[in-house]
Ligand binder design. Structure first.
Ligand code: SF4
Ligand code: SF4
Length: 304
C-alpha cells in the first residue's frame, strides 16, 4: 500500500500527519520525504544514517568543433533548453529535463552527456521506519528528477508513506503518481479551503482515491466541512488547534510521543488505510475509489 500525504498549501501539518502515521504503524513501514526543497520529516525522526547517495543527472554538453549549427537539437527540445543562432547551441541548464533527446537527434555526434549533481538521498533507520529523504541542492530546479529517484528506491514489499511537497505543481504530481491513496491535509480557514479545492482537482485528475484530514480544528469556520459534505469527500480525522501540540511540534516532538491519547486515533486511521492491502496478492491493494472519491474494499464493497 502506498499512501501520500499532500496539501494544497504549506504549513497545514502534512509532515506531522506523515510522521505520526508512520510511527503508529505496527509493522515495518517506509517513510519517504519527497518535499525535496525543504524536507523536514527528519526533525521528528532520530535514527542512524545508513547511506547517502549523490544524485546526478546526465546533462548535454556541446563539442563545438563537431557542431555545424544546424539547429536540429534546439528544434527537438520541447523544454526550450537549447537555442541556436547560427552557431553551436546555447544551453539553459535550468530548463533541461535531461531526457537525452538532443544527443540522439544530433547526427554529427556533437552532444555528449556529463553528470551534473542535483542533490542527495539519505537513508535512515528509525526503529521500524525506513526513512528516505531527498535534499535538492541550493539553486537547482530539478525537483521532479530527485522525486523520481526517491520513488525508484521505494521497496514495494512494505507499506510506504510519501510526504509530498505542498501545492499542486510538478513535484507534487511526480510524488502522487502511482500511489494507492492520498490524504489531503487542510485547515478550516478560507485559505485552507481554497487550496484544498485545488488539491482535490489534482487528485481527481490523477484518479486517485482520497480523504481529508482537518488540522487545527477550532480556528476559522465550517466551510471546509461544508465543501467536503457537498462533494461527498470523507473527513478521516480532525486534530484540534491545541497549544500543547504546537509546543511539542516546535520542539521536534511528534504528537503520538507526547500525547499517548493520540496513539489510538492514529492507529485507527492507519488500520483503516492499511488493513485491507492484500499482501497475499503481491502487495496489490484491494482498495478502489468510487465516483465520490470514497475508498472502498473491492472484495466486500465496504467503505473504508
Ligand atoms: S544538432 Fe548537433 S550539430 Fe546541430 S546544432 Fe545541435 S549540436 Fe550542433
Ligand atoms: S536533454 Fe532533453 S531537455 Fe535537455 S536540452 Fe536535451 S532535449 Fe532538451
Amino acid at each position: 500500500m502506498k499512501i501520500a500525504i499532500a496539501s494544497g498549501k504549506g504549513g497545514t501539518g502534512k509532515t506531522t500527519i506523515a510522521v505520526n502515521l508512520a510511527k503508529n504503524l505496527a509493522q515495518q513501514v517506509q517513510l519517504v520525504d519527497c518535499d525535496v526543497e525543504e524536507p523536514n520529516c527528519h526533525l521528528f525522526l532520530h535514527g542512524d544514517k545508513t547511506e547517502t547517495e549523490v544524485v546526478n543527472l546526465p546533462m548535454p554538453e556541446i563539442i563545438t568543433s563537431r557542431c555545424d549549427g544546424c539547429g536540429e537539437c534546439s528544434d527537438f527540445c520541447e523544454f526550450n533548453a537549447l537555442a541556436t543562432f547560427g552557431g553551436p547551441p546555447v544551453i539553459f541548464p535550468e530548463l533541461c529535463h535531461a531526457c537525452g533527446g538532443c544527443r540522439i537527434v544530433c547526427t554529427r555526434k556533437a552532444i555528449v552527456e556529463v553528470d551534473k549533481r542535483i542533490g542527495i538521498i539519505d537513508s535512515i533507520n528509525v526503529d521500524k521506519i525506513t526513512f528516505l529523504q531527498g535534499v535538492l541542492d541550493i539553486g537547482v530546479q530539478s525537483a521532479v528528477a530527485l522525486v523520481d529517484k526517491l520513488k525508484q528506491k521505494n521497496d514495494p514489499s512494505i507499506h510506504t508513506i510519501f510526504d509530498a511537497p505542498p501545492g499542486t505543481s510538478c513535484p507534487v504530481v511526480a510524488t502522487l503518481q502511482g500511489v494507492d491513496y492520498v490524504l489531503l491535509v487542510t485547515e478550516p480557514t478560507p485559505f485552507g479551503l481554497n487550496d484544498l479545492k485545488l488539491a482535490v482537482l489534482l487528485v481527481r485528475e490523477l484518479k486517485i482515491p482520497f480523504g481529508v484530514i482537518v488540522n487545527r480544528m477550532g480556528i476559522g469556520d465550517r466551510r471546509v466541512h461544508e465543501f467536503c459534505e457537498k462533494d461527498a469527500i470523507p473527513i478521516l480525522m480532525e486534530i484540534p488547534d491545541d497549544r500543547r501540540i504546537a509546543e511539542a511540534y516546535s520542539k521536534g516532538h511528534s504528537i503520538v510521543d507526547v500525547f499517548p491519547e493520540y496513539q489510538n486515533r492514529f492507529k485507527e486511521l492507519s488500520d483503516s488505510l492499511f488493513k485491507n492491502s492484500d499482501k497475499k496478492n503481491g502487495g496489490n491493494s484491494v482498495l478502489r475509489s468510487n465516483k465520490s472519491g470514497d475508498l472502498y474494499n473491492i472484495k466486500d464493497q465496504s467503505i473504508v
